[in-house]
Design a protein around this ligand. Structure first.
Ligand SMILES: CC(C)(COP(=O)(O)OP(=O)(O)OC[C@H]1O[C@@H](n2cnc3c(N)ncnc32)[C@H](O)[C@@H]1OP(=O)(O)O)[C@@H](O)C(=O)NCCC(=O)NCCS
Length: 218
């Protein structure tokens, strides 16, 4: 009797897929092994947010219930409040805090020392800064460590909005309900309910209840 033909050999998966192992999970000990481990970390996070293999979330991250995460997000040592939505390619560093009901759009960088209160909108590609005079090396010529510099803090108060592509320099407070225009460079405090724009960002006007419906600009 004729034997059934052997199934054709499958082509080797691309290198990245090999590293992830079966079902897209990081292979034990492989290059992806330190990446996010879906089941274990989902149990650890308070939110139990739906996790997947494209997230890098350190075990020390505090996620409140209802947090929604897109793919390709890097979170470590930070806290995210309830129902907050975080877009793709966002990084939030240690000792940064994001409140509840915020929207953090894709490609934004929230560095150490930044506090974002509740109900804040952060547009795409917003960059926060925490070191005004950065250096790679110390006076001895060695790579700087945390002992060589001090984090400069920034606060974004409740209900504020930051337009896409804005850069927020260190040591500033953005007031409640304030709006930062797209592409602005914020160099100093923004008063509550102010609309600022430009580089350096200047006051355009204050929110006007007659002109601006329910806290929105129009
Ligand atoms: C600043 C902003 C809120 C408009 O505020 P506004 O008070 O209604 O301002 P106006 O549109 O009346 O413009 C007033 C002046 O500011 C200028 N301006 C408006 N937005 C600006 C910006 N982002 N950067 C620089 N100048 C800006 C206008 O050109 C105008 O200048 P002029 O008086 O010389 O003509 C809006 O332009 C903006 O940038 N919103 C952010 C949108 C965003 O990033 N969304 C993210 C999700 S997609």
């Amino acid at each position: 009797m004729k034997r059934p033909a052997k199934p054709a050999k499958r082509p080797a998966p691309p290198r990245a897929a090999q590293r992830l192992g079966r079902a897209g999970r990081p292979a034990p000990g492989g290059a992806g092994a330190r990446a996010y481990q879906p089941k274990r970390d989902a149990r650890r996070s308070r939110a139990g947010a739906r996790a997947n293999q494209w997230l890098a979330i350190a075990p020390d991250v505090r996620l409140a219930p209802g947090v929604k995460l897109s793919k390709f997000i890097n979170l470590y040592g930070c806290s995210i409040g309830g129902n907050t939505k975080i877009g793709a390619f966002v990084e939030v560093q240690k000792n940064a805090a994001i409140g509840a009901n915020c929207k953090i759009s894709s490609h934004t960088f929230v560095c150490e020392g930044v506090t974002i209160e509740d109900g804040v909108f952060v547009g795409h590609g917003v960059v926060f800064i925490n070191d005004t005079y950065p250096r790679a090396v110390n006076p001895g010529g060695e790579l700087q460590t945390e002992a060589d510099w001090k984090v400069e803090k920034t606060i974004v108060k409740a209900g504020a909005s930051i337009g896409s592509g804005a850069t927020i320099l260190a040591n500033v407070t953005i007031g409640e309900q304030a709006i930062v225009g797209a592409g602005s460079v914020v160099t100093r405090d923004v008063p509550p309910r102010a609309i600022v724009a430009g580089n350096p960002a200047k006051l355009l006007r204050y929110l006007d209840p007659a002109r601006d419906a329910a806290g929105t600009a129009r």
